[in-house]
Design a protein around this ligand. Structure first.
Ligand code: ADP
Ligand code: ZN
Length: 433
C-alpha cells in the first residue's frame, strides 16, 4: 500500500520540477524573514533570483548545528511567533539544545510524511499501534503519534518506562505495531522473557525502529525475539523529526520524502556535492517548512544515496543505512572505527547478547580500545579455558573487521546498562583527560 501515490510515485522530472519551484519559494522566504540567511547570501553574492532550478542549490550556504546554537533560541525562526503552534528540542548533549518551532502547516506535513512511512510498513486503519518513543521535547513520541492518528489506526501513547505494563497492554489490547528505538525493542524482548511470556503470547506484527544507528544483524535479532517485521525510520528534529525517510517492503534503503526534504551527500572536508553511490555526509534542505526552514543543513550522518528503481513503485531517492554520525566515528591509532562495525561482529556470534560498550583510552600516548560485551546466560561458565577461547574468537574477528586490535572484556549477563531511548555505546576517556 502507498499512502500518497501522487507524491511518492512521481516521475523524476516532475519531482525535480516541483523541488525547483519549492526551493525558489523557500529561498525568497528565508531571505526576507531570516537575517542570518540574508547576511550569508549577501556575503556569497547570491540573491533569490539566482535560484532557477533545484540544481542551483549548490549556490546556497550550508547550515550547521553550531549555527543553530549561536542563534539560540529563535534566531533562525522564519515565521512570526503568532504562527508557531508547537516547539520541540533536540537532546543536545553539549551546549544549548536546538529549539525547533512548528507552524500548523508544518505539523500537517509531518503527519502526512509519517502516514506515508507507517503505510509503507503495512500499518492500516485496523491496527492498534503503540508509540514507545519518549513523549516530550524529543520529537519521536508526538511525531509518530500524529502520524498514526492521521492514518486512522488507533494510537496507544505508551511512551517509555513501565515496560511490564506496556507488555500487558500489547497483549490485552491486541497491539499489532510499535514505534521505538531498536535498543528499546531489545529491552522489551528481555522483559518479555523475564515475565515468562513468549513472543506468540503478544501479537506484534510491525516495528518502526529508528532514532539511533542499528545494523542488519540487529534487525534479525529483534525480529526473531519479538516475532515481528522491523522497518527502519529516520529523521532528525532540526529537519522535522521522525518521518524524513522510511523503508518499503523491499527493505533496500529508505525512501526520502523528497518533496519536503531535499537530500544531498557532500564530502565533509571539501563540502563538494558527491554523486549518488558515494558515501559522505547527508545534507537536507526543508523545501516546505515554515517555522524554522533550513538551507542545506549538515546532519553529520554518514551514508549513501541512490535513485535506482525500486520494485515497490515509489520513485523517490533512497538513503542507505546510517554508518554512524561523524561525531560517533572514533579515530583510534589513526584508524576510523564505528560502533556499528562492532555491533555487527558481536551479533554474528551466538555467544553474545547485543549489549556492548566501546571504551577508548590513551595509555603512554597510545590509543587503546576495549570492547565490553555481555555473554549470553547459556554460554557463561566458570570454565576458564572456554571463556578464554570465546574471548579470543571475538578478538580475532574484531581485528579482521576493524584492522586494529581490541581488548575484549567478557561481561556477565545483564551487567551493561539498558537504554529505553537512544543507547550509548562509547566511552571515550581521551576526551576527559
Ligand atoms: P539529537 O540526537 O542530535 O539530539 P535527534 O533526536 O533529532 O537529535 O536525533 C536525530 C539523529 O538520530 C539523526 O541525525 C541520526 O544521527 C539519528 N537517527 C535517527 N534515526 C535514525 C536511523 N533510523 N538510523 C540511524 N540513525 C538515526
Ligand atoms: Zn521501495
Amino acid at each position: 500500500m502507498i499512502w500518497n501515490p501522487n507524491k511518492e510515485c512521481m516521475s523524476r522530472d516532475e519531482m525535480r520540477a516541483l523541488q525547483g519551484k519549492r526551493l525558489q519559494k523557500l529561498v525568497t522566504y528565508v531571505y526576507h524573514n531570516v537575517p542570518f540567511y540574508r547576511n550569508k547570501m549577501q556575503a556569497m553574492d547570491v540573491s533569490p533570483e539566482d535560484i532557477k532550478s533545484i540544481d542551483d542549490i549548490v549556490k546556497l550556504p550550508f547550515t550547521t548545528k553550531q549555527d543553530l546554537r549561536d542563534n539560540y533560541p529563535y534566531g533562525l525562526q522564519a515565521a512570526p511567533a503568532s504562527e508557531i503552534v508547537r516547539v520541540h528540542a533536540s537532546s543536545g548533549t553539549t551546549g544549548n539544545p536546538t529549539i525547533v518551532g512548528y507552524t500548523r502547516k508544518d505539523i500537517a506535513v509531518w503527519s502526512e510524511v509519517m502516514a506515508r512511512c507507517l503505510t509503507a510498513f503495512g500499518v492500516t486503519r485496523e491496527d492498534t499501534f503503540s508509540v514507545a518513543y519518549g513523549y516530550g521535547l524529543f520529537t519521536g513520541g508526538l511525531g509518530a503519534h500524529y502520524g498514526v492518528e492521521n492514518l486512522g489506526a488507533t494510537v496507544i501513547p505508551t511512551s517509555t518506562g513501565n515496560t511490564e505494563k506496556h507488555i500487558r497492554l500489547i497483549r490485552d489490547l491486541n497491539i499489532s505495531g510499535i514505534a521505538c528505538t531498536p535498543s528499546y525493542a531489545l529491552y522489551l524482548a528481555e522483559t518479555l522473557d523475564k515475565m515468562g511470556l513468549r513472543k506468540e503470547d503478544i501479537g506484534l506484527r510491525i516495528g518502526a525502529f529508528g532514532a539511533e544507528p542499528w545494523t542488519e544483524n540487529m534487525r534479525k535479532e529483534i525480529e526473531e525475539r519479538l516475532g515481528l517485521k522491523g522497518y527502519n525510520i529516520y529523521g532528525l528534529s532540526e529537519i522535522m523529526g521522525p518521518g524524513v525517510s522510511y523503508e518499503c517492503s523491499e527493505q533496500n534503503g529508505s525512501h526520502i520524502n523528497e518533496d519536503h526534504f531535499y537530500p544531498e551527500i557532500i564530502n565533509p572536508e571539501t563540502l563538494e556535492q558527491l554523486p549518488h553511490g558515494e558515501q559522505g555526509e547527508l545534507v537536507f534542505t526543508t523545501l516546505t517548512k515554515e517555522g524554522m526552514p533550513l538551507l542545506r543543513y549538515r546532519t553529520k550522518d554518514l551514508c549513501t544515496l541512490t535513485n535506482e528503481v525500486c520494485a515497490c513503485g515509489r520513485t523517490s531517492v533512497r538513503m542507505g543505512r546510517i554508518m554512524g554520525r561523524s561525531d560517533d566515528m572514533l579515530i583510534i591509532r589513526g584508524i576510523n572505527v564505528f560502533p556499528s562495525q562492532v555491533e555487527s561482529v558481536i551479533l554474528e556470534m551466538p555467544e553474545f547478547e547485543p549489549q556492548y560498550m566501546l571504551v577508548v583510552d590513551r595509555v603512554n600516548n597510545l590509543d587503546t580500545l576495549q570492547v565490553q560485551v555481555e555473554v549470553r546466560k547459556d554460554f557463561f561458565s566458570d570454565d576458564i579455558g572456554r571463556m578464554l577461547n570465546m574471548k579470543k574468537a571475538l578478538a580475532d574477528k574484531l581485528k579482521s573487521v576493524l584492522s586494529i586490535s581490541a581488548d575484549v572484556k567478557l561481561m556477565e549477563p545483564n551487567s551493561i546498562e539498558r537504554s529505553q531511548g537512544k543507547s550509548k555505546h562509547v566511552i571515550d576517556k581521551r576526551m576527559l583527560k
